[in-house]
Structures are given as structure tokens and as C-alpha cells.
Design a binder for this molecule. Structure first.
Ligand SMILES: [Zn+2]
Length: 254
């Protein structure tokens, strides 16, 4: 059984065949899925999907690239959404310095405030962090993130930084990049990290694993990620699936 801990089935790339695709999940061993909001609108879509499908859970939050839409009222709206029974975390939130906008100050402000929201609502967080390791760790420490708990999804930093996150009680999200030829850094991280710190994720429709790199991703491709982790760690695919499935249940409090 596989738990896809990070998917975006609300994305328009699934508009044409969403129902048909989701109806194939269980028979292919994809037992549960967390659909992750990245804006106010997609957070609402994630909740709708979680109400429609018993095996889908919702995560609500505003991605660093979308924080210009946030204000005090919207944050309160997020709080109300986070109290829905199938909302299991706050995210994806964080810092993304790859693009010049929104400003780093604005991203940091809303990252901190959404971390506070998670603490107040007793929910873990799903963190997106790109080219911003130092500030991400600083804000996590300032906000005592070790008391909140969470995952650093689509982990792209060094194994040393993964250890710091793991020591704060965080999980590391691993997806299609682990199968890429240029995924050396992530392979080192996975080799170094105990399996009970790893969550499986797709980030679909993005980041399809080899041999589908560049195509639309879906949870059905996760067995390629499982195989890559099993090879790196020298263990069976079953063990990778069992341990990461239980990690995901523990992480999302299910
Ligand atoms: Zn994502």
C-alpha cells in the first residue's frame, strides 16, 4: 500500500480525466492521497476533493509564490477551512527564492504567520523551500517548528540539512527526482536518512519519475520512486511501502 502525501489533483491538468484517474488508484495499491492547496482557491478545491473521495485528505495553505493574495481576513478563512474534519495539515507554505517576486520579506511574513496558525490549530505543516535553506531553518527555529511538526516536501538540499530537519522531528518528502540521473544529492540524502523519516510524494502533475520524466505525473507512478529508494537502501520494495505508509499515517495523525 502506498500513501501519496503530496498531490495536486485540483490542478487543471487533471480536468479532462480526474474521475477516471482517481477511480484507478485503489486497485493499483495507492491507498490514500493528500491533496495539497497552494492558494486560497486550490485549498478550497482540495477540501472538495476530500469530501468527494474517502481516500483523499486535504491540506490547506498558501504557497510562497501566491502570498500576495493573503491578508488578515484570508488567514482567518484558512483557519476555518483547516477545521474541516478531513483537513490534516497546513500547507504548502514556505519560501521560494527562485523567482524575484513576491519579495523575500513578504514570503517570510506569511510563512511565519501560517506556521503560527498551524500551531494554534494543532496541525502539522507541509513546507515548500527552494533556494532558501538558511532563512527556512531560521524561521522554523524562531517559530519552534519542532513543536509543530511537518515535512519538508520535494527536498532539494544537502543531507546535512536533512539531518537538521529530521532532528527537529520533520519528515523529508521524496518523489520523482530520486529517479533522475542528476538526482545525486537526493540519493545521498535518502542513503543517509533513516527510512522512518521519509514520506513518499508525487507533487503531481509535476516531477514525473523516470521513465516518464517530463510527462504529466500521477500517484500511479510512485512504484518507480519506491523501487529507487529500495535500491539505494538495499531493502525490499515492500519494506519501503510499509514503513513510509505508516510514516504518513503518523504524520497526518490518521
Ligand atoms: Zn506541491
Amino acid at each position: 500500500m502506498i500513501f501519496d502525501t503530496h498531490a495536486h489533483y485540483d490542478d487543471e491538468q487533471f480536468d479532462a480525466d480526474r474521475e477516471a484517474l482517481l477511480s484507478q488508484m485503489k486497485e493499483n495499491g495507492i491507498e490514500r492521497i493528500a491533496d495539497i492547496g497552494a492558494s486560497m482557491a486550490s485549498s478550497k478545491e482540495a477540501l472538495l476533493l476530500s469530501e468527494k473521495y474517502d481516500f483523499i485528505y486535504a491540506v490547506v495553505g498558501v504557497h510562497p509564490s501566491e502570498v500576495e493574495e493573503l491578508n488578515d481576513d484570508k488567514l482567518e478563512e484558512l483557519r476555518i477551512m483547516s477545521r474541516k474534519p478531513k483537513c490534516v495539515a497546513i500547507g504548502e507554505i514556505g519560501l521560494d527564492y527562485h523567482w524575484p517576486e513576491p519579495s523575500r520579506e513578504l514570503q517570510q511574513h506569511w510563512f511565519s504567520r501560517q506556521l503560527s496558525l498551524a500551531r494554534e490549530e494543532h496541525k502539522p505543516v507541509v513546507i515548500h523551500s527552494r533556494e532558501a535553506a538558511e532563512d527556512t531553518l531560521r524561521i522554523m527555529k524562531e517559530q519552534k517548528a519542532e513543536e509543530i511538526g511537518g515535512v519538508v516536501h520535494c527536498f532539494s538540499y544537502s543531507k546535512e540539512i536533512a539531518r537538521i530537519c529530521a532532528d527537529m522531528g520533520f519528515y523529508i518528502g521524496v518523489g520523482g527526482v530520486i529517479t533522475f540521473k542528476n538526482g545525486k544529492k537526493l540519493k545521498e540524502t535518502v542513503a543517509d536518512l533513516p527510512l522512518d523519516k521519509i514520506l513518499l510524494e508525487t507533487d503531481c502533475p509535476y516531477l514525473a519519475p523516470e521513465p516518464y520524466r517530463g510527462k504529466r505525473n500521477s500517484s500511479l507512478f510512485l512504484p518507480y520512486v519506491v523501487e529507487a529508494i529500495a535500491d539505494i537502501k538495499g531493502i525490499s520494495k515492500e519494506e519501503v511501502m510499509d514503513v513510509t505508509y505508516n510514516n504518513a499515517l503518523r504524520f497526518y495523525g490518521l
